[in-house]
Design a protein around this ligand. Structure first.
Ligand SMILES: NC(=O)c1ccc[n+]([C@@H]2O[C@H](COP(=O)([O-])OP(=O)(O)OC[C@H]3O[C@@H](n4cnc5c(N)ncnc54)[C@H](OP(=O)(O)O)[C@@H]3O)[C@@H](O)[C@H]2O)c1
Length: 276
């Protein structure tokens, strides 16, 4: 159900945000609304989605359409594209943000969870770029923001599925940017570091403590940095000075140091060792 009557999008263009009900996606949607963009908000929770759409419309006076979709299914991208088309809307800004996280070694992963992560982080964002990128290329304008992660900069044990899928997204964004840039369509990759959101199970990751210690950023700051980079047509954005330092330093370290640092991080779930 739409939160506001369907009206033609303003000259600013319509922004579609996946994972728009919470965390970084919610902040991105709010800030795009504040900039005057009409919105298409996507999530798998109908009630939260309708509430989010209504709140953004009330605050910023933009239209906010909601589309309920589980993006971790193989046919999700085509269904979402068809749903947007059926409403007569055209997307000028695509923000692929939806994601989830789990700790665990790859061989221990539950197959449905691993499969869902690859669908949500790899298949669906790629196909959304193909489907929504085609009309952008034809119109010779548009923006695509792909939300990857700082974990894309190194290969970290215990997050093989998460980190590698985010690494794929970062690479995909870079080559898509080259392909579409010559048509005037901008592609930016947002690679946040640790951010205080519902992504983490608070029983596993001490989100409150990390926030108090300044280790985790606020989702609003991350979103603001991402949108600034997007509209400045930058290739990539690592929000936060500490995260930029971390990403660039980590890129110089041997893999053995990354492995050792992860294995000896007492605040993260332990990695198994073979019995002696
Ligand atoms: N928080 C961090 O430290 C951090 C760091 C780097 C990168 N990121 C990335 O930032 C993005 C946003 O995460 P967040 O931190 O803001 O966490 P979040 O608050 O948990 O938000 C994740 C969003 O993804 C949506 N989502 C998850 N599974 C979905 C599915 N199957 N279909 C449709 N939507 C789905 C969720 O919507 P529903 O509620 O409807 O499921 C939710 O709105 C993710 O891609 C994440 O990997 C986060």
């Amino acid at each position: 159900m739409d939160a506001a009557p369907s009206t033609p999008g303003p000259a600013l263009g319509i922004a579609l945000v996946t994972g728009a009900c919470s965390g970084i996606g919610r902040a991105l949607a709010e800030q795009l609304g504040a900039r005057g963009h009409d919105l298409i908000l996507v999530s798998q929770r109908p009630a939260e989605l309708a509430q989010t759409a209504a709140a953004i419309t009330a605050r910023h006076g933009v239209s906010a359409h909601d589309v309920v979709c589980d993006l971790a299914r193989p046919q999700a991208a085509e269904e979402l594209f068809a749903a947007v088309h059926a409403r007569g809307l055209s997307v000028d800004i695509l923000v692929s943000n939806a994601g989830f996280f789990f700790f665990g070694e790859a061989v221990d992963a539950a197959l449905p969870q691993a499969n869902a992560m690859l669908q949500l982080h790899v298949v669906t964002p790629s196909l959304l770029c193909t489907l929504f990128g085609r009309p952008m290329r034809a119109r010779r304008r548009g923006h695509i923001l792909l939300v990857s992660s700082i974990s894309a900069f190194r290969d970290v044990p215990s997050i093989s599925y998460y980190g590698s899928s985010k690494k794929y997204l970062r690479g995909f964004a870079a080559s898509l940017r080259s392909e579409l840039g010559v048509y005037g369509v901008n592609v930016t990759c947002l690679t946040p570091g640790a951010t205080a959101t519902a992504l983490y199970d608070p029983n596993v990751v001490p989100v409150d403590l990390a926030t108090r210690l300044g280790v985790m950023m606020d989702a609003k700051e991350v979103a603001a940095a991402g949108l600034q980079a997007l509209f400045e047509r930058r290739a990539e954005c690592i929000p936060g000075r500490m995260n930029r330092l971390l990403a660039h330093t980590a890129a110089l370290l041997p893999q053995a140091v990354i492995d050792a640092a992860r294995r000896h991080a007492p605040w993260l779930p332990p990695i198994k060792q073979p019995p002696r």
